[in-house]
Write a protein that binds this ligand. Structure first.
Ligand code: ATP
Ligand code: MG
Length: 237
């Protein structure tokens, strides 16, 4: 059954898988969803859920970045806020959990460090790194790109109807990459932040608990200072 859940076509796959390691005795499969999650939204959650089903993943770990090196042009919310929103968003799914490896490591986050740390933490698991397909074409600008494919299988998410230009993926080994279509791809964190700044709703784009967290700590309001940790007042104030 182990091969039965693994898509054979490296571009489009063959369909959702069903088994898990406890049922068929194979190595555990863990999805790795790295992101800034500023804020986490239903696009991330749908992508994780689709890839979990497609590959028969035992679990998906969400890994909020520390200081994201590709986003230094804008202020990024405090890591603890992004971590807590991700915990709130994933709490109801028994297969989802959140890792602090990137936010507890000093300095900018590089995917190679994320994968090395998770490989050391989960030596008995095959890792599936989930990312937007657009980011894949930049992958060779990522640090230690060659080693990335030794550490994980890559899953690129596209929107339905979008045809991936294979020429942008030249150099990525065919057996290390699968492209999957995600129905909720139009949602983005930038749009959620812009909506908040314009005073528009983010209900149903992000989980209800995340809406409430954003409101409670006034994230993404025009006057908020996004890089400073916000005071978390206890019952005594
Ligand atoms: P921003 O708009 O600030 O770039 P984002 O919505 O892309 O944020 P990130 O935290 O940067 O969110 O994304 C984490 C990962 O999730 C990336 O690999 C990204 O490509 C992917 N991703 C983002 N939005 C979606 C979506 N709607 N569906 C599937 N994958 C997504
Ligand atoms: Mg993005």
């Amino acid at each position: 059954m182990a091969d039965g859940v693994k898509p054979t076509d490296p571009v489009h796959g063959t369909g959702p898988g069903t088994g898990n390691s406890a049922q068929d005795g194979r190595r555990r499969r863990i999805g790795v969803m790295g992101g800034t999650f500023d804020p986490v939204h239903h696009g991330h959650l749908v992508a994780a859920s689709e890839v979990q089903a497609w590959f028969g993943l035992d679990e998906v770990v969400f890994v909020p970045t520390g200081q994201p090196w590709q986003k230094q042009e804008r202020l990024v919310s405090a890591a603890e806020d992004r971590y807590l929103m991700t915990v709130i968003a994933t709490a109801s799914n028994p297969r989802f959990w959140v890792s602090r490896v990137d936010i507890d490591r000093d300095g900018p986050t590089y995917t190679i460090d994320t994968l090395r740390d998770l490989r050391a933490e989960l030596p008995d698991a095959d890792l599936y790194f989930i990312t937007g397909a657009d980011a894949l074409s930049d992958i060779f600008t990522w640090r230690d790109a060659d080693e990335l494919f030794e550490l994980a299988h890559f899953v690129g998410c596209t929107r339905p109807g979008f045809t991936m230009d294979r020429s942008t993926l030249t150099g990525i080994p065919d057996d290390k990459l699968t492209i999957v279509e995600i129905p909720a791809l139009a949602i983005s964190s930038s749009d959620c932040r812009s909506r908040r700044m314009r005073g528009e709703p983010v209900w149903y784009l992000v989980p209800d608990g995340v809406v409430q967290y954003i409101t409670k700590y006034a994230l993404y309001a025009p006057e908020s200072n996004q890089t400073e940790p916000k005071p978390k007042l206890g019952p005594t104030g």
